[in-house]
Design a protein around this ligand. Structure first.
Ligand code: NDP
Ligand code: OXD
Length: 308
C-alpha cells in the first residue's frame, strides 16, 4: 500500500514519523504537485485542492483528518474514491467540553460576572433551576451523542434529534422532520452538531430558531453553513434569542468588521471546539489502512448520497 500525505496546511514532518511507525509495511510519501504522480493508493487529506485528484489518479480512498467531510463532498470526487472520516479520535470529549462550557456560561451567567468584574460590581444572580434550561442537541452521532450524555450528567433535561431514530440513555430522542417541531418547542439551549449536507444547509434560520423556548441560546459547533447569520442577528436584536456561542462561520476566518465580533450577546471562538489530535488520528487511520491492505471492511466510510 502506498500512502500519500496530502495536507498542504500541515507540516509533513509532524506526521510522517508517526505514520511510518504505525505502517512499517507501507510506502509513505508527501504530495508534490509539481512532481510526477506518486501512484499512491490512499491519501490523508484536509480540504485538499482539486488538483490532487487530477494529479493522483490512482487514489482509491481519502482519509479525512477531521469528522466533517462537507469540503470533500463539495469536490464531486469520482465515484470510485471512498471518503473515510475520523470517528471521534479524541474529538468527542472536546466537543462535550465545549458545549458544556457554553451552556454553563449562558445558564450560570458567567459572561455577566465577567462584565461585573470589569465594572467592580458585586451582583449575585439567583440560583439556577435546571428544569428551566432544557438543552436540545441536533445530531446524535459521535459528537452529538457524547455532548448529550455529558450535559445530562449535569442533570439538565436533554433532548436529541437525529435523522433516524436513536436511543441514548437519559436523553429524550426525536427523529426526522416530523418530530422536529416538538423537539424545538421543548428546547431552550440548542447545540448544533450536525454534518453539513444538502438537507441541513441553512437549517438554522428565523423560522427554525423562532420555535425555541423564550430566552433561547444557540451553540453552533457544526458548520457555518447551517446558520443563516443575518436571521440570527435579527432575532438577537429583537430579543427573540438571548445569546449565541459560535465556533463555526460562513466565512472562516470570521472577517474583520463582521457584526458577530462586537455583538454583546455573541461569544465567538475560532473553530476550535474539537481539534484533530495527531496521534489519535494517525492510530485510527493506520488501523484502517492495515485492514484495507488485508482486504477487510472498515468503518467511517462516508455515504455520498446521504452527505455524511
Ligand atoms: P456523525 O456522522 O457521527 O453524526 C451525525 C449525526 O447527525 C447523526 O446522528 C445523524 O443522524 C445526524 N444527521 C445527519 N443529517 C441529518 C438530518 N438531515 N436530520 C437530522 N439529523 C441528521 O458525525 P460527527 O458527530 O462525527 O460530526 C458531526 C459534525 O460535527 C461534523 O460533520 C462537523 O461538521 C462537526 N465538527 C465540528 C468540529 C469543530 O471543531 N467545530 C469538530 C468536529 C466535527 P443519524 O444518527 O440518523 O445518522
Ligand atoms: C472537523 C472539524 O470536522 O475540525 O473535524 O471541524
Amino acid at each position: 500500500m502506498h500512502v500519500l500525505f496530502a495536507c498542504p496546511h500541515n507540516n509533513p514532518a509532524d506526521w510522517l514519523p508517526g505514520l511510518t511507525a504505525e505502517l512499517p509495511d507501507c510506502k509513505i510519501s508527501v504530495w508534490d504537485p509539481a512532481g510526477p504522480p506518486s501512484g499512491a493508493d490512499v491519501a490523508l487529506v484536509w480540504k485538499p485542492p482539486a488538483a490532487l485528484i487530477e494529479h493522483e489518479t490512482r487514489l482509491k480512498a481519502l482519509f479525512n483528518l477531521g469528522a466533517g467531510v462537507d469540503a470533500l463532498l463539495q469536490m464531486n470526487l469520482p465515484a470510485h474514491i471512498q471518503i473515510v472520516r475520523l470517528e471521534d479520535a479524541g474529538m468527542a470529549v472536546q466537543m462535550a467540553e465545549y458545549a458544556l462550557y457554553a451552556l454553563l456560561r449562558a445558564a450560570r451567567g458567567f459572561g455577566r460576572y465577567e462584565d461585573d468584574q470589569a465594572a467592580s460590581r458585586w451582583a449575585p444572580q439567583p440560583g439556577l433551576r435546571r428544569e428551566q434550561w432544557p438543552v436540545g442537541v441536533l445530531g446524535l452521532g459521535e459528537m452529538g451523542g457524547r455532548v448529550a450524555q455529558a450535559i445530562a450528567a449535569f442533570d439538565y433535561p436533554v433532548l436529541g434529534w437525529s435523522r433516524s431514530p436513536r436511543t441514548v440513555e437519559g436523553i429524550q430522542t426525536y427523529a426526522g422532520a416530523e418530530q422536529l417541531p416538538e423537539f424545538l418547542r421543548r428546547t431552550r439551549v440548542l447545540v448544533n452538531v450536525l454534518p453539513l449536507t444538502p438537507e441541513t444547509t441553512g437549517l438554522l434560520d428565523r423560522e427554525f430558531l423562532s420555535q425555541l423556548l423564550p430566552g433561547g441560546h444557540l451553540i453552533n459547533v457544526g458548520r457555518g453553513g447551517h446558520l443563516n447569520e443575518p436571521d440570527l442577528l435579527a432575532l438577537l436584536d429583537e430579543g427573540k434569542i438571548d445569546g449565541a456561542t459560535l465556533d463555526v462561520f460562513d466565512v472562516e476566518p470570521l472577517p474583520a468588521g463582521h457584526p458577530f465580533w462586537t455583538h454583546p450577546r455573541v461569544h465567538v471562538t475560532p473553530h476550535i471546539a474539537a481539534s484533530t489530535l495527531r496521534s489519535e488520528a494517525i492510530s485510527q487511520i493506520a488501523a484502517k489502512i492495515r485492514r484495507l491492505a488485508r482486504g477487510e471492511p472498515i468503518s467511517g466510510v462516508v455515504a455520498p448520497q446521504r452527505g455524511y
